[in-house]
Design a protein around this ligand. Structure first.
Ligand code: NAD
Length: 294
């Protein structure tokens, strides 16, 4: 494809390597981050306006929905009609819909496209994108998803990408807790962890948490448990995504009892215990070290 002029806003742990991969693929990328962060091959803009003026595409990778709304309000007004606005941050569904609507009202194409795959996926260009927006917006964004990732799914209209992301991560949070509490129970019943894995990973209790990301050190595929529970996927990011899932559930009056309980458990783990800075699978040592009344 012809080289595009891309404005990239938010060059943090994820945005930095994503912007660098776009530059490496031959696009002309101007980056802006309020913290002054830079990325390889990316020219540094000193304001949002400088990054987005004249751009064919603007990509944002920001911490949350309220920052996205602020940045989008500034960026959208400076972008040329027909340009493409892609938000890759994980935000609440309402902020995603609101941002897409504002972009479309200004004559832009818009896609909400949160990712999974973490920092390793951002660096390696192997992210999965879950996208919401019109067919034409998705088609325009797809070649860029192919550079930054290995898979992009068009999930539906504006906000559908965020909906897919938080539903997936609500399942992940709940199944990780279930897997960890089962290991903790197995320990107390005198069942060897390897035997427990051998049975569950090939039985009806299997899940991604058990089979691909086993929370027990030395058991199953290599995972953060084998590296002292260094993230990986940090417990505080799981807490953020569970919070978004419950915010969305309230918005549409969905009954999500497991998601609600998972949120409470990760909140306590991160805010009152030793979960901050640890992988979300460190739920296993937390549960294994306690009794029913702790
Ligand atoms: P990060 O905190 O490392 O990066 C966010 C960047 O945005 C920071 O560099 C910050 O300075 C910048 N920023 C904040 N306000 C700004 C503003 N007004 N203008 C310009 N820049 C601004 O976070 P991250 O880990 O890169 O995550 C980014 C997003 O991706 C989040 O929404 C997160 O939930 C999501 N995500 C992260 C991971 C992961 O493993 N880190 C995985 C999937 C999704």
């Amino acid at each position: 494809m012809a080289a595009l002029k891309i404005g990239f806003i938010g060059l943090g742990n994820m945005g930095g390597p994503m912007a660098a991969n776009l530059a490496k693929a031959g696009h002309e990328v101007a980056g802006y981050d309020v913290a002054g962060t830079t990325a390889k091959g990316v020219s540094t803009a000193d304001s949002i306006a400088a990054a987005v003026t004249g751009a064919d595409v603007v990509i944002t990778m920001l911490p949350n929905g309220s920052i996205l709304r602020q940045v989008a309000a500034e960026a959208i007004g400076q972008m040329r009609a027909g340009a493409l606005f892609i938000d890759c941050s994980t935000v609440d569904v309402e902020s995603a819909r609101n941002t897409s609507e504002a972009a479309e009202n200004a004559g832009l194409l818009a896609v909400d496209a949160p990712v999974s795959g973490g920092v390793g996926g951002a660096e390696g260009g192997t992210l999965t994108f879950m996208a919401g927006g019109s067919e034409s917006a998705f088609a325009a964004a797809e070649p860029l998803f192919d550079i930054m990732g290995q898979k992009a799914v068009h999930c539906g209209d504006a906000g559908a990408g965020q909906a897919a992301k938080i539903c997936n991560n609500m399942i992940l949070g709940a199944t990780m807790i279930a897997t960890c509490e089962a290991f903790a129970l197995a320990d107390k019943l005198g069942l060897d962890r390897q035997r427990m894995f051998d049975v569950v990973s090939t039985s009806s209790g299997y899940s991604w948490s058990m089979n691909a990301y086993c929370p027990a050190p030395g058991v199953g595929l290599k995972s953060p448990a084998d590296n002292g529970y260094k993230p990986g996927f940090a417990a505080e990011l799981m807490l953020k995504d569970l919070g978004l899932s419950q915010q969305a559930a309230e918005l549409v009056d969905a009954d999500t009892p497991m998601g609600a309980r998972a949120l409470e458990i990760y909140k306590t783990f991160v805010e009152d215990e030793d979960g901050k800075g640890r992988d979300f699978s460190a739920m296993l040592p937390r549960l294994a070290g306690r009794g029913r009344s702790d």
